[in-house]
Design a protein around this ligand. Structure first.
Ligand code: FAD
Length: 367
């Protein structure tokens, strides 16, 4: 069959790779000037720079972990971000190191006593907004120093104007363990992510066309291919006829510094409201010992309001947008020729492992 894949991100690349194993002819079109979508990494000064924000691979899905190993060797990187609040450094996720830094407590019991004492502020009340929800879960100190400013920057709104459901749970870890994820497997591909997609697409039966937008010739593509896998925004496919889905966007500011080690960690979150960016990534720390000794590359991440035409990074999965998505999904289900997949095609907050699993599953169902 002749298959068109719209978008060379992870979802499209996995589908393309699987399809050629079954002998199909695949064309991948990509509107950007490079493959790999948001997992794209580019080597600068011997350092793999994560061009669309820090990407840490983590999963408890053994099948997906085994699958991705075909395309790259992974290092043992463990995500352990640090929060900078007005110059004070706190370990994340909230764990005994954080509590000890915050209150000088030493044992899990002392930490729980402190948290429970602070949670009393909201006791017996149904939290009405994100602020009350966070305090009811973890108390005011952690909320004020580590959650409030960061969340307000991320969403561009006051915590008191945000719905409580955004923070459903706040894992409180009563061990001295700074590993952010609870997953069984995590790491960073040695040599970056782009090679993974390159290898997935490296097949004589796959043609890749960059700088090519599906909407320039939508009708022609729909006619001339037997199957289309569409990983762009679902609302755009239908010409926004039911309205626009909303996203949050980001702005990245990347800078080369003439120091070997700028911040001592890959990810430092800036949790106070006064600093406009949410975090600084120092890329070389994702791959130990890589890059020049006296140079480093950092990226400041600024959350940004999204408006049509901007890069849609995060779907806003609130009730209003989920209802609109459901209506688009009904339309999508009627498009026999088209599979809608990935973060934008399914309007889902997918991590990389979930995207791989979803693409493999979609291919299995289709074939
Ligand atoms: C800032 C940030 C940080 C993240 N961090 C992590 C992390 O640490 N760990 C993790 O597991 N996941 C992380 N993710 C999620 C990860 O990026 C996604 O799971 C993954 O990239 C989704 O792949 P995709 O193929 O669905 O989408 P995308 O990567 O967005 O690929 C879609 C592609 O389609 C192309 N396209 C769209 N419309 C058209 C069109 N009309 N014509 C042609 N091409 C088109 C786009 O240019 C894009 O290349 C992060 C995401 C972001 C935004």
């Amino acid at each position: 069959m002749k298959i068109l894949i719209v978008g060379s991100g992870l979802y499209g690349a996995v589908f393309a790779h699987e399809a050629t194993k079954r002998g199909h002819q695949v064309t991948v079109i990509e509107k950007r000037n490079h493959i790999a979508g948001n997992i794209y990494t580019e080597e600068i000064d011997g350092i793999q720079v994560h061009k669309y924000g820090a990407h840490i691979f983590h999963t408890s899905n053994k099948k997906v972990w085994d699958y991705i190993q075909q395309f790259a060797e992974f290092n043992r990187y463990t995500n352990s971000p640090v929060a900078n609040y007005k110059g004070h450094m706190y370990n994340l996720p909230f764990n005994m190191n954080t509590f000890s830094e915050m209150w000088g407590v030493r044992t899990p019991q002392e930490a729980m006593d402190k948290i429970n004492e602070q949670r009393k502020e909201i006791a017996g009340k149904e939290p009405q907004n994100l602020e009350e929800q966070a305090i009811s879960l973890i108390g005011r100190d952690i909320y004020e120093k580590l959650i409030k400013g960061y969340t307000e920057k991320q969403w561009g709104r006051k915590a008191t104007d945000l719905p409580p459901f955004i923070i459903k749970r706040l894992p409180v870890r009563l061990t001295y363990d700074n590993n952010y994820f609870n997953d069984d497997y995590q790491g960073i591909p040695k040599g970056g992510y782009t090679q993974i997609v390159e290898k997935m697409l490296d097949n004589p039966n796959i043609t890749v066309k960059l700088n090519t937008d599906f909407f320039d010739k939508k009708d022609e593509y729909l006619k001339s291919f037997d199957k289309i896998v569409y990983t762009g925004p679902i609302d755009q496919f239908f010409d926004y006829k039911l309205g626009h889905l909303e996203y949050r966007s980001l702005r990245f500011e990347t800078e080369e510094k003439n120091v070997g080690n700028y911040q001592g960690n890959a990810v430092i979150n800036y949790t106070e409201a006064e600093i406009p960016y949410t975090r600084i990534i120092e890329h070389k720390h994702f791959e130990f010992g890589k890059g020049d000794e006296d140079k480093t590359i950092i990226t400041r991440e600024y959350p940004a309001e999204w408006k049509p035409g901007d890069e849609p990074y995060y779907p806003v999965n609130d009730d209003k947008n989920n209802e609109l998505y459901a209506e688009y999904k009904d339309l999508a289900d009627k498009e026999d020729k088209v599979i809608f997949g990935g973060r934008l095609g399914q309007y889902k907050y997918y991590n990389m492992d979930q995207v791989i699993a979803a693409s493999l599953e979609a291919f299995r169902k289709w074939k």
